[in-house]
Design a protein around this ligand. Structure first.
Ligand code: OOB
Length: 546
């Protein structure tokens, strides 16, 4: 497909790159659903998905997908339509995904934690035609949320609900008789994934069938997956890590089994690992720490586990060292991003590399540049900003022209915002980050987004969100605010943010009123100085004060 035909608002790879990626076999010209259909033909009777009491073979899974695709088509959902998908870890998540892939419609991957402000933005920004939600989860009613979003978004015509649908379409009522239809071109955008971001509004990442399938296939290979793999999906299934690194899609690629965990709590997951003989799972460091703590107290039979992958945020060396012994399995570090580039430590890496690096890229054609503030390459082995370009790294965010000019170099390298150092072996060590973000246990919070919500309060004159160290989550967020009289209390400000409808993980853990915010010589807020407060020996970094 030529660049000009791509979905409006997306940046194509230059033709010479596209040709090269095809010629090298990275882009295989097969759509995500079409690839699954090939696997179904080979592994029809094997179990594909385990979700609570339900177990679906590949053949049953495929039938659901084809039927649901027909139901979506009946609602008028077709090629290139956007559909916001906000589901917890349920089998229906994958049914909806692949059904949308089949008809060439694009899921927009929201997280269950998102609330009115985020969902309304996704719907509006993508002009979504439909949303797929659960009825209730963890005490929250998503139908209520949909009523509010629908009132302000005319483009949103259909709401599909897993469970009690009330006035909306029940998910199960859309299992129509399958119809044959041509799939999308593999060069088309398959879905829109969320970026952690650092700016005022979340950015959406357009991934194509070709590029994503390459990263999935290569990840499955690097991780040595085969049909005997039993993968526990404990992280939210919409996240790129459990979806494709190699995640559920990597497991479906080889005919393995995906076991969905409704909660990530160690005791619950240990029970599932033992019962389903799980071989592989992926965790963020904060969860790994919680699992380690629990492991010391209990004795489930976890002998089936071969590998625990950890990624998404900084993994402390001491924690990494505890994992193999405590779980009797291998550790694999994963440093990836929804924009593309994923790095893995490999099975045959020396122990020290596995424990102390974040791995090396998937592809020989992942180009890595490590540069200083002026975009000049740093000396080999020095720390600098990581820029990357390659066969599965996007060239631009969706409908974000002005931002793209900053987030990408003129020759198409993505500015990751991470500060890394590279060893002679090619392994990367993530030393820190330059982007204005808080990484709260793997959940990314764009400082500017929260600051602009705070500034919407009439008594907030200025605001700055920074990360503070936290023993369990790695980082928590602290908002420094300059207030006008009558000054609201930190609690009132937190309530104000909740009422604006933002995900709970974005609400600052701590809010500190200050007289004024320190500025740098060029007049920018000096966040380094603000963060330093938590690092000073006298600072109280023990957690919220309210
Ligand atoms: C993964 O994806 P995102 O898009 O939620 O976040 C990407 C960012 C990276 O740019 C980096 O800042 C941070 O998360 N990160 C890590 C890390 N892995 C990700 N920071 C330190 N050490 C690591 N191992 O988080 C993601 C996507 C695919 C696979 C794994 C993680």
């Amino acid at each position: 497909m030529s660049g000009a035909d791509l979905l409006e608002g997306c940046t194509p790879w230059p033709e010479e790159f596209a040709e090269r990626y095809r010629a090298l076999g990275y882009w295989a010209g097969v759509g995500l659903y079409q690839r699954l259909a090939q696997v179904v033909a080979e592994h029809g009777e094997r179990v594909a998905v385990v979700c609570g009491e339900r177990r679906w073979s590949y053949a049953q899974f495929d039938e659901k997908i084809r039927r649901f695709a027909a139901g979506l088509a009946r609602l008028g959902i077709g090629p290139r339509d956007r559909v916001v998908l906000q589901l917890p870890n349920l089998g229906e998540y994958y049914v909806a995904c692949y059904a949308l892939f089949r008809i060439g419609a694009l899921p927009v991957f929201a997280l269950p934690a998102h609330r009115r402000s985020e969902i309304a933005y996704f719907v509006e920004h993508t002009q979504a035609r439909a949303c797929v939600i659960a009825d209730r989860e963890a005490g929250f009613d998503y139908r209520e949320l949909m009523r509010e979003v629908r009132a302000s978004q005319d483009c949103l015509r259909e709401v599909i609900v897993v469970g009690d649908a009330q006035e909306f379409h029940a998910f199960d009522s859309l299992y129509d008789a399958p119809i044959d239809r041509p799939g999308p071109d593999a060069g088309e955008i398959a879905f829109l994934q969320l970026s952690g971001g650092s700016t005022g509004v979340p950015k959406l990442i357009p991934r194509s069938h070709d590029d994503y399938l390459y990263s999935v296939r290569a990840s499955a290979e690097i991780c040595g997956l085969d049909e005997r793999c039993v993968y526990l999906c404990a992280l939210p299934c919409a996240h790129n890590f459990p979806m494709s690194s190699p995640g559920a899609l990597g497991v479906f690629e080889v005919g393995g089994r995906v076991v969905l965990a409704r909660q990530a709590e160690p005791d619950f997951c240990f029970g599932l690992i033992a019962a389903e003989r799980v071989t592989l799972t992926s965790l963020v460091p904060s969860l790994a720490l919680a699992w380690l703590e629990s492991r010391a107290r209990e004795r489930h039979d976890l002998s089936s586990l071969q590998t625990i992958q950890i990624g998404g945020a900084h993994l402390a060396n001491e924690v990494a060292r505890r994992v193999p012994g405590a779980f009797g399995c291998r550790l694999q570090q994963v440093f990836g991003m929804a924009e593309g580039l994923v790095n893995y430590t490999r099975d045959d890496d020396a122990e020290e590399l596995v424990l102390a690096t974040q791995g090396r890229p998937i592809s020989a054609d992942d180009e890595i540049r490590i540069v200083d503030d002026d975009d000049c390459p740093v000396a080999e082995g020095e720390t600098g900003h990581l820029l990357t370009r390659g066969p599965y790294t996007i060239r631009g965010y969706y409908r974000a022209e002005a931002h793209n000019a900053r987030a990408f170099t003129v020759d198409g390298f993505y500015r990751t915002g991470d500060r890394v150092r590279r060893l002679a072996s090619g392994h990367l060590i993530v030393e820190g980050r330059a982007k204005d973000q808080v990484n709260r246990g793997g959940e990314k919070i764009a400082a500017e987004e929260v600051e602009s919500h705070l500034l919407a309060h009439p008594a907030v004159f200025d605001a700055a969100l920074v990360a503070m160290p936290d023993r369990w989550l790695g980082e928590k967020s602290c908002a420094f605010v300059v207030l006008r009289e009558p000054a609201p209390s930190p609690r009132e400000l937190q309530r104000f943010l909740r009422e604006r409808g933002i995900a709970a993980f974005k609400i600052p853990d701590r809010i500190e009123p200050v007289e004024r915010l320190p500025r740098t010589a060029v007049g920018k807020i000096d966040k380094k100085l603000l963060r330093a407060r938590f690092l000073a020996p006298s600072a109280d970094a023990s957690g919220p004060t309210h």
